[in-house]
Design a binder for this molecule. Structure first.
Ligand code: V47
Length: 368
């Protein structure tokens, strides 16, 4: 395992920061910004990897999973989103429940054990339809873990179903929901949020919905959309808000930095990302000392950067994914899926131990 005395750290301030993390003392906004600015990049990623190995040893986690996006019709018009379609658009789609079941069936034949569902806010689907999707998957595939619906969708369901968030989540839990994905968090701060997704629920509402989920025993993930018009300060402020909720509830399983996939609506001048991606993973590991996992989402990072991230603070690489549409609508160059063998190889090639997990991070198989 990574030993502290073997780390080469030239920036002595990093030691002081590490000492705080090891004592579970939350880092400040200024310290977070400092981590982004330090010239000791190797020191930073060494420390992040050391912290990952204190939590998980050499294990690096993945899931044999399938992403399903039941519809791309959405009443919101987020500027970063190339996936959503207006009701009158010709290229919109909306899956029937039997089509969703067929997708799950095929996935199960390929060894899938976790289903990840993120949808648009369909202008006509009733409340019951969303609940029925979960109930039907649960009924037909009792062994799967179902991670479904972002806080944005939960808020929408509360509105159309005329129910409280607690009632919606209770209905979904009773239908078979195990966990919630971390999407829709974007950047919590109002200054940026009002520019990139003015119609979306506020950062405060997103956090409130996750808090209720945690109170009901539903584990959730959290994300940050970075690499567009936000500043480093906005990213750190976002991480601090996640950490604060986690210290109250302990309900977050994994944090996923989502690298912005460029679209026509938000043009950024940034042409390269690699080092920024790795720094973001490493800084997240230090800032979020109380969140168990940091996820390198290969679909948005690309396979190579995601593999590197696994020795720079990330403890998991999402999974096989099979058929994701959100990043692919924005033109990501990543493939549609990675095979389980490919993921195992990516992890073994960096000298770590691949562990297949389910949607609740229970170990299914360790590939020594
Ligand atoms: O909510 C949309 C983001 C999210 C773009 O919880 C974009 O395990 C980058 O939440 N560039 C959906 N990001 C994906 C998501 C997710 C993915 C993998 C794992 C988990 C998990 C969650 O993607 C959306 C939005 O925040 N998004 N458009 C874009 N152009």
């Amino acid at each position: 395992m990574q030993k502290l005395e073997n780390l080469r750290i030239s920036d002595k301030n990093l030691f002081k920061i590490l000492e705080k993390v090891e004592e579970n003392i939350p880092l400040t906004l200024e310290e977070g910004i400092y981590l982004y600015k330090t010239e000791d990049f190797y020191g930073l990623i060494g420390i992040a990897n050391y912290l990952t190995e204190k939590k998980h040893g050499y294990k690096r986690f993945f899931s044999v999973n399938k992403h399903i996006n039941p519809t791309n019709y959405c009443i919101n018009r987020c500027k970063f989103c190339a996936f959503s379609k207006k009701w009158e658009d010709k290229d919109g789609y909306a899956l029937e429940i039997k089509e969703i079941v067929k997708l799950v069936e095929e996935a199960v034949e390929n060894g899938v054990r976790e289903i990840h569902i993120v949808s648009g806010l369909h202008p006509e689907w009733p409340y019951e339809y969303y609940v029925e999707i979960i109930k039907t998957i649960r009924w037909n595939f009792p062994f799967l873990t179902i991670k479904a619906y972002t806080a944005v969708e939960i808020d929408h369901l509360a509105k159309i179903g005329k129910k409280s968030v607690r009632e919606v989540l209770t209905d979904l839990k009773n239908a078979g929901l195990d966990a919630m994905p971390g999407g829709g968090a974007e950047v919590f701060g109002k200054r940026i949020r009002s520019k990139i997704c003015p119609e979306k629920i506020s950062g405060e509402r997103w956090l409130e919905i996750h808090k209720v989920a945690h109170e009901l025993g539903i584990k959730t993930n959290c994300t940050l959309l970075y690499g567009h018009i936000e500043e480093i300060e906005d990213r750190i402020d976002h991480l601090i808000r996640i950490r604060e909720l986690q210290s109250e509830t302990g309900g977050f399983q994994s944090f996923i930095p989502l690298r912005y996939q460029k679209t026509e609506k938000i043009k950024v001048t940034r042409e390269t990302y690699g080092i920024d991606d790795i720094r973001t993973i490493a800084v997240s590991r230090l800032m979020l000392h109380n969140v168990p996992h940091i996820k390198a989402y290969w679909v948005m990072l690309g396979e190579n950067i995601a593999q590197f991230a696994l020795i720079a603070g990330a403890s998991e690489i999402e999974g096989t994914v099979y058929g994701e549409r959100i990043a692919h609508s924005a033109g990501t160059s990543s493939p549609d899926y990675l095979t389980k063998d490919r993921i195992i190889k990516l992890i073994k090639d960096i000298g770590k131990i691949p562990v297949e997990r389910d949607g609740l991070y229970r170990e299914l198989e360790v590939y020594r």
